[in-house]
Design a protein around this ligand. Structure first.
Ligand SMILES: [Zn+2]
Ligand SMILES: [Zn+2]
Length: 333
């Protein structure tokens, strides 16, 4: 089959590799689409702890079941599925206390170990596959994985209706968080991004107010919930100052591992600010499937570009420039 292979840091090719063979409890999926995200850049650049090369990237994907292992009864050839790429060991301390996303042997298809979905076919454990309900198209379904990360983020927020949200970053994740905030009953959702070209889309997707900086939003008392979806230290430092007394700041965007940000511990103490991280997916994939079916996010706006397998390197270059929203690889294209 044809597949994108990252041979090592900064070395990407599209080449022919062996077709996958399923283990007894595996499903082989003919990939319809695989989204590109910041994590793929870390895999390509070699700055992620644990990635084993060579690796086929691609962890946000969906497709059609092409083959099932000998012990799989719950899926059949032709089923349309989305795949939770996260692989938890089930044996470590964190898995045993129900926090598999903090697994000591955390693994994810296309991120840590071979093989991901930037290929014609991809193998996944049956337990990680989710049947797509009728309203969700294969074109849209690769958005379920990032949406499941956003749903996990919301699981860690206070979840009170009628509060004001401020989201940093109008890229794919910021736009998803803003749409979820609306759906979750926010009184008002504001989105800031220094790349002002992205702001009209945020407004079109339902953000009440958009701006290049929170200063323009003139809300000196601050916001009950502030979510950083940029991973950029200046945004994180600014965002922390915008949290209302008793409010919550979420670190959702992925900052570089060595980055450091400063904040006022006195203010966190005195104003009882909650600071909470959110990492990947936990018990949230099935709910993301249902939210996609309900069109809580607008998939047509969220996917801005589609590329064939041979165009993977060009797609990555475009993504690095901050162009568009979700870029998707479609092996059949
Ligand atoms: Zn991703
Ligand atoms: Zn574990």
């Amino acid at each position: 089959m044809r597949a994108v292979v990252v041979e090592g840091p900064h070395r990407i090719t599209t080449t022919t590799v062996d077709d996958p063979t399923p283990g007894p409890r595996d499903v082989v999926i003919a990939v319809a689409g695989a989204g590109i995200c910041g994590t793929d850049l870390h895999v390509i650049d070699g700055d992620l702890e644990g990635t084993i090369y060579p690796i086929v990237p691609g962890h946000e994907f969906a497709g059609t079941v092409a083959e099932v292992g000998s012990a799989v009864t719950e899926f059949a050839v032709g089923d349309r599925v989305a795949v939770d790429p996260n692989l938890f060991c089930g044996e470590c301390h964190y898995c045993k206390i129900g926090r598999g996303n903090l697994c000591e042997r955390y693994n994810a298809l296309g991120v840590i170990a071979d093989a991901g979905a930037a290929a014609e076919y991809c193998t996944a454990p049956a337990g990680n596959c989710y049947l797509l309900p009728e309203p969700v198209s294969l074109d849209h379904a690769p958005l379920i994985e990032p949406l499941s990360c956003a749903v996990h983020g919301f699981d860690l927020l206070p979840g009170r209706i009628g509060e004001r949200y401020l989201v940093y970053g109008a890229g794919t994740m910021g736009l998803m968080m803003a749409q979820l905030a609306r759906f979750a009953g926010a009184a008002e959702v504001s989105v800031v991004d220094i790349n002002t070209e992205r702001l009209p889309v945020a407004a079109a997707l339902g953000a009440d107010r958009v701006a290049a900086s929170a200063d323009e939003l003139d809300r000196p008392e601050g916001w009950e919930v502030v979510i950083d979806c940029t991973g950029a230290v200046p945004a994180i430092e600014d965002g922390l100052t915008r949290v209302r007394k008793g409010g919550t700041f979420q670190v959702f965007g992925v900052a570089p591992e060595a980055a450091a940000a400063s904040f006022s511990p006195f203010r966190v103490y005195k104003d009882e600010i909650h600071i909470v991280g959110s990492m990947a997916v936990l018990h949230s994939f099935g709910r993301a499937v249902d939210l996609m079916a309900k069109r809580v996010i607008d998939p047509d706006v969220m996917i801005s570009h589609r590329f064939g397998l041979d165009e993977y390197a060009a797609a990555v270059d475009l993504f690095r420039q901050g162009t568009g929203r979700k870029l998707q690889i479609q092996p059949g294209k």
